[in-house]
Write a protein that binds this ligand. Structure first.
Ligand SMILES: [Zn+2]
Ligand SMILES: [Zn+2]
Length: 985
């Protein structure tokens, strides 16, 4: 660490050398030093990032249409591979932006939105109905009359009124949904030209979108001096891969963006520019992933070109998407496998029809063959016209409903953090540039000065509604709802002060397999279980103020497993697939190498610093994730002695359970399953008399654990009643093993004969015990079985376990002081899980999508919201007719595109949510190993311990009363800052 600046130079040097000359990336990555240096460089850079609080003269918004988190990750890999590298380590231009958030993309009337309703949200700040553009949600699709009074003004119009130049660059028709939300108001996005406008709507006085563009917005194209609007195609422009098909030629999106900025930046008052990579979406709809991903790379080039032309001290520079797609990629492909290619055969995938399968798969789309799954032997799946397979045959693949990311730099970019409604994006742009209702003293009808009153009203009816009615979408039809919500959100973000003290405690919540799509679906289920529509819900994890995305690949795999990813987020070093607690020099199964390649976890460092430590899981306590906290194994499967080959034991490698008890007697709390892994083949299980332990070495590790705790306040329990009786005040060591194997899914908790505690109950008890240590503690809590529910494609089990996991987060949050506790929630990897299909608002997330003209299902059979890219739900005899099937049943298996015994992990980035000291280091995109380094840095552990003594102060000990005074002051100061910024700026 102390040689760090030198190390970076070295790092940078060999990085460039490597990038130019070889593809030996993974060689460097095998050294722990690579990851440690990278993380420390990342931390230093993040610490240096200072929020820019000035006024944004310019605002530029890049929207990748349909560019969900999985699309961004896949596009990043493609970009790296096109440059001759493995790809997973690549960074897109958008990935380099320092601030990030997630936004909820639902429309007021749809669970999964369209580009028109979503564009209205991010361009005007008001959520709208599906298919409508530039109007609020009082306007139903096709209701021309309502659209006259329901118009909402876009950031582009506000910018124009403030004297700024304005521009629009898209690769779609200039009258398409996204661009039209910036200049038109239409009850139907399809009314693009006069021939599309019904005569009755015309008679009522509604105009088509193209006419509105030219007649009502002459300012956008003032003789090509202040703005850019050129039309290169009668319809959409070409995909970037098809550009030579344009007879007269057409510019790239980067060239158009460059020209637009050259024209717009002549205005001394600044400009607003909207740039859309429009055809990413259309590539996905056709399930031609090559088109979608190459268009993402072209879009990213435009982002890069713009970045070099602009001063980010006076330009708010934001990249986001309108919605996602049912696009997934995964299957444990080796590192560097062509992202558009076939996953090489391996024992890790059991494909039930024996045919090859692609990395990329869609939930629904044209790639399902009614006559049976195509054999891809000899097929070039990287071809631009290749159609990836899907689980449900649909003429056009549908959008996905999960959150999308926002990445940003420039003035007020730091307001992008955590989770927001999509309408928040427009408000941040207006607030940053002091336009619209945020231009103090300048505009009419601003809601801002009445804001405090409105918040009270808002809070009041919100609670009233939550208690008594189901009228959520009625309130949402009023634009004030979204405006007030966004202003409250902005105020919260402005009042947020980074906590720079030392974290006494560290808690890490890990949702195994909990990708972004799983979080969104779990959130909807939670709301629906409470009787609400669901999409508007917030999970406890959603409420944490800081967020980031992390890259989950393993050194040797594009899509990682829980063992190597756990080594990353607990040890700070990326590793090889299937290895746990060891660095990348250790190949899977290489015992000898593992003896020297050990990686020390945050848990161990915390123990060495005198803190208490604990592990709470719902899997076996010896499973991959918890094992990375205390064990070192070249193979995660070596969980008990019977699993470790004799020759391996002879070399000196021990099983994971033995390492737990023999080498880690200090761990104060161990709660989970896995009794059989700690007991012998002669021992009868206390709960299941017909079952024995697994250990072949005759060691009763539970007894050994107890013997080692002679004279300490230690307790071992295996059933709910005993657990409940444990008095934390009288207990310093607690081991609870509630099942011979994994604990039950939360929906199956009644299946445990002797009962078992919930994950929230275990977390609460653990914290009660750990909190007694005045030096603090480290606690790892894993919602382990979210992952297993997905592997079986039983989404009900996975999503109900997300909720149980979130309950534990909620319980813990009330028990710790977030001024002295770094409190982080993340996942190890994602799954091939998607949901979509334009279901109406409030459609049961585990249910069937109601029939509608928006989905053209080619076999005319019902389909579920949730689908998997691969998994056991593929019907070899044809797609199962779901008429009369209860798809919300806990054992229902959702359909998949490829028949696999176990659904696989997927490879896209996962999110990190955090609060507490140094939580603000979570922003933007990082390698997953960064998570462990932030925990160590925050708590001054490991290599960060020494500098901590001098450079950091212990957390302040202000009383609760002081803090209240401060928030009152902060509220007032927010208004003052706003007034000063926008008047003088
Ligand atoms: Zn679309
Ligand atoms: Zn898994």
């Amino acid at each position: 660490m102390f040689g760090a600046p030198v190390k970076f130079a070295v790092l940078a040097a060999w990085w460039s050398a490597w990038a130019l000359t070889c593809s030996c990336q993974t060689e460097e990555e095998k050294q722990p030093k690579y990851w440690n240096d990278l993380a420390w460089k990342d931390i230093q850079e993040t610490l240096k990032v200072q929020p820019k609080t000035g006024v944004a003269k310019n605002v530029i918004l890049f929207v990748g249409d349909g560019m969900g988190v999985s699309t961004v990750t896949a596009g990043r890999i493609l970009k790296g591979q096109l440059a001759g590298r493995t790809g997973e380590e690549e960074l897109l231009e958008m990935d380099k932006l320092p601030y990030s958030a997630l936004v909820k993309t639902y429309n007021v009337d749809r669970q999964t939105g369209d580009s028109a309703g979503t564009a209205t949200a991010y361009l005007t700040g008001v959520k709208a109905n599906y298919g409508t553009v530039g109007v609020d949600a009082t306007v139903k699709r096709n209701d021309c009359a309502a659209s006259f009074t329901g118009k909402v003004k876009s950031v582009l119009k506000h910018a124009h009124e403030a004297g700024k130049s304005t521009g629009i660059v898209v690769t779609a028709r200039i009258t398409h949904a996204s661009p039209s939300a910036s200049y038109a108001a239409s009850a139907n996005r399809a009314w693009e030209h006069s021939g599309k406008l019904p005569t009755d709507a015309q008679a009522l006085g509604c105009s088509d979108i193209a006419l509105q563009l030219v007649r009502d917005n002459p300012f956008i194209n003032t003789a090509a001096t202040h703005s850019e609007k050129s039309l290169f195609q009668p319809d959409h422009m070409q995909y970037s891969l098809d550009r030579e098909d344009d007879p007269a030629g057409e510019p790239t999106i980067a060239e158009m963006t460059t020209k637009a900025i050259q024209i717009l930046s002549k205005n001394p008052k600044g400009f607003f520019l909207f740039v859309e990579g429009s055809k990413i979406d259309l590539g996905h709809h056709a399930s031609k992933a090559a088109h979608a991903l190459h268009d993402l790379v072209a879009f990213n080039d435009a982002v890069g070109a713009a970045k070099t032309m602009l001063d980010l001290d006076e330009t708010l520079f934001t990249v986001t998407a309108d919605h996602s797609h049912t696009f997934t990629f995964g299957g444990y492909a080796p590192r560097g496998t062509p992202i558009l290619g076939i996953v090489p055969e391996s024992e890790d995938n059991i494909v039930l029809d024996g045919k090859p399968f692609t990395n990329i798969l869609y939930g629904n789309g044209p790639g399902y063959r009614l006559e049976g799954r195509e054999n891809l032997t000899g097929v070039n799946t990287a071809d631009k016209e290749y159609i990836q397979q899907s689980a449900v045959p649909m003429k056009f693949e549908s959008h996905g409903g999960e959150d999308v990311s926002v990445l940003s730099d420039g003035p007020m970019a730091h307001l992008f953090r955590g989770l927001h409604e999509q309408s928040y994006v427009a408000h941040v742009m207006k607030y940053a540039a002091c336009i619209g209702e945020y231009a103090y003293g300048q505009t009419s009808g601003g809601t801002m000065f009445g804001a405090p009153v409105k918040f009270a009203v808002l809070a009041a009816w919100w609670s009233a509604w939550a208690l008594t009615c189901f009228c959520q979408t009625d309130e949402e039809r009023q634009p004030e709802y979204w405006n007030d919500l966004a202003w409250k959100d902005i105020r919260d973000a402005l009042n947020l002060q980074p906590k720079t003290g030392v974290a006494k405690n560290v808690v890490l919540f890990l949702g195994d397999g909990m990708g972004v799509s799983t979080v969104t679906a779990g959130r909807i289920l939670k709301g629906q279980l409470a009787g609400r529509t669901g999409e508007e819900e917030l999970l406890e994890m959603d409420k944490l103020p800081y967020s980031a995305l992390v890259k989950t690949y393993n050194i040797d795999r594009q899509t990682g497993d829980s063992a190597a990813t756990a080594t990353a987020f607990l040890g700070g070093v990326k590793a090889n697939y299937y290895t746990v607690g060891v660095d990348g020099t250790v190949a899977r199964g290489d015992c000898t190498a593992s003896l020297t390649g050990k990686v020390k976890s945050v848990l161990r460092y915390a123990h060495e610093a005198g803190k208490s430590t604990g592990i709470v899981v719902t899997s076996r306590i010896t499973h991959a994730t918890p094992a990375a906290a205390y064990a070192f194994a070249a193979n995660r499967a070596w969980e008990h002695s019977g699993k470790v080959p004799n020759e391996t034991q002879a070399l000196g490698c021990s099983d994971i359970a033995l390492q737990l008890v023999r080498d880690n007697p200090y761990i104060n709390v161990l709660l989970g399953g896995g009794r059989a892994y700690l007991t012998t083949t002669n021992q009868t299980d206390p709960e299941y008399p017909d079952q024995k332990g697994f250990r072949t070495d005759g060691r009763d590790l539970i007894q050994e654990w107890r013997d080692g705790k002679q004279g300490s306040a230690a307790q071992y329990v295996w059933r709910k009643a005993e657990f409940d009786q444990v008095d934390p005040a009288q207990t310093d060591y607690l081991m609870g093993l509630f099942e011979p194997g994994h604990m039950q899914y939360s929906l199956n908790i009644g299946n445990d004969p002797a009962g078992e505690p919930t994950i929230a109950e275990m977390t609460t008890k653990a914290l009660q015990i750990l909190k007694k240590n005045p030096k603090g503690f480290f606690l790892l809590v894993e919602g382990s079985r979210i992952d297993l529910g997905h592997h079986d494609s039983k989404a009900a089990l996975a999503l109900h376990d997300v909720i149980a996991f979130d309950d534990a987060i909620g319980a813990a949050k009330t028990m710790v002081d977030l001024d002295e506790t770094l409190f982080t929630v993340t996942a190890d990897h994602s799954h091939m899980f998607s949901f979509g299909g334009y279901a109406p608002r409030g459609t049961p997330i585990l249910g069937i999508v109601p029939e509608s003209e928006d989905n053209d299902v080619l076999d005319n059979m019902p389909f579920t919201n949730i689908l998997y890219g691969n998994g056991p739900g593929y019907g070899l005899e044809g797609r199962h007719n779901l008429t009369g099937v209860n798809t919300t049943d806990k054992d229902y298996i959702q359909q998949s595109a490829v028949p696999m015994r176990y659904e696989s992990h997927s490879g896209e980035d996962v999110s990190v949510f955090s609060d507490g000291p140094m939580a603000h280091l979570f922003r933007g995109l990082h390698e997953q190993s960064y998570v462990a380094h932030v925990m160590k840095y925050a708590a001054c552990l490991g290599e960060y311990a020494e500098t901590c003594q001098t450079s950091r102060v212990p957390p302040c000990t202000t009383s609760a009363a002081d803090r209240r005074t401060w928030s009152g002051f902060a509220l007032v100061s927010t208004f003052l800052v706003l007034v000063v910024r926008c008047k003088l700026g």
